[in-house]
Design a protein around this ligand. Structure first.
Ligand code: UDP
Length: 238
């Protein structure tokens, strides 16, 4: 499958049309942003890591009954995915306090929650992705109640699968962000990416951060952390 025109360029990916109206090609960049786009940089090799890791996780989720947009990896940076219209919600699942949760509620990072928690943000750059609840999403007609229920249960299911999987790699899945899309027939599928850009990963023994927080917080070793996560995810392949 070949790229035709570029449809969109985001902060971390480009999206291209193909000859098939139901398929697009995603191309992952090394560009990194944080803090609402105010911090910018490059993480060498990030595009490759995120593409390969996300594809592997999407395939694992498909096997576990979670429908996704994944179709076929073309090369290290490019993947064919099903064309969707993105539901403009960032769905965040948290197992352990960190980041904006710790800040908002005035708690330290690292508190293990009694059960996973979920939150939504309105995906809207101009408004800086404000936190919203399901009733707000309904008020703005972003999704139906049925879709919101489906998104919620799929997100918790993704968490159960990925939490167990990463623990087997000696990694704690602290929190992560998902996006969902509608196919032509309206079916909801998991879309976007699952990578060190969109998840917090802590080494299970040392709590060392193995994700984008190394970039956000200028901790150094950013590239190494991404490569280490890729290595763990592909440890069974040589
Ligand atoms: N996240 C993301 N994109 C965003 C905001 C958050 O992928 O625009 C991910 C982030 O990497 C983390 C989780 O969602 O794994 C929760 O992020 P949080 O709300 O704590 O915000 P942050 O501290 O990253 O600003």
């Amino acid at each position: 499958m070949e790229k035709t025109v570029q449809l969109y360029e985001g902060k971390a990916k480009k999206v291209f049309a193909t000859d098939d109206p139901e398929r697009v090609i995603v191309s992952y960049k090394d560009d990194a942003t944080a803090f609402d786009g105010t911090k910018k940089g490059t993480i060498a090799g990030k595009g490759t890591v995120n593409n390969r890791m996300s594809n592997r996780l999407m395939q694992l989720l498909e096997l576990q009954g979670v429908p996704t947009h994944y179709v076929e990896e073309l090369n290290e940076r490019e993947t064919v995915v099903k064309k969707v219209s993105i539901v403009p919600l960032e769905v965040i699942i948290r197992n352990i306090s960190a980041g904006s949760f710790a800040k908002r509620f005035g708690v330290e990072e690292g508190i293990v929650f009694p059960e996973p928690t979920i939150e939504f943000s309105y995906k809207n750059d101009a408004l800086h992705d404000p936190l919203m609840n399901a009733y707000h999403a309904r008020a703005l007609s972003l999704a139906t109640w049925e879709e919101l229920e489906q998104i919620k249960s799929m997100a918790f299911r993704v968490n159960e699968v990925l939490k167990a999987y990463f623990l087997s790699l000696n990694v704690k899945l602290v929190d992560f962000k998902l996006e969902f899309g509608r196919l032509g027939d309206g079916k909801i599928v998991l879309a976007d990416e699952i990578s060190p850009d969109t998840c917090r990963f802590w080494d299970a023994d040392t709590n060392e951060k193995l994700d984008k927080d190394r970039f956000r917080r200028d901790l150094g070793g950013v590239e190494d952390a991404y490569q280490e996560m890729l290595r763990r995810v592909f440890h069974d392949e040589t």
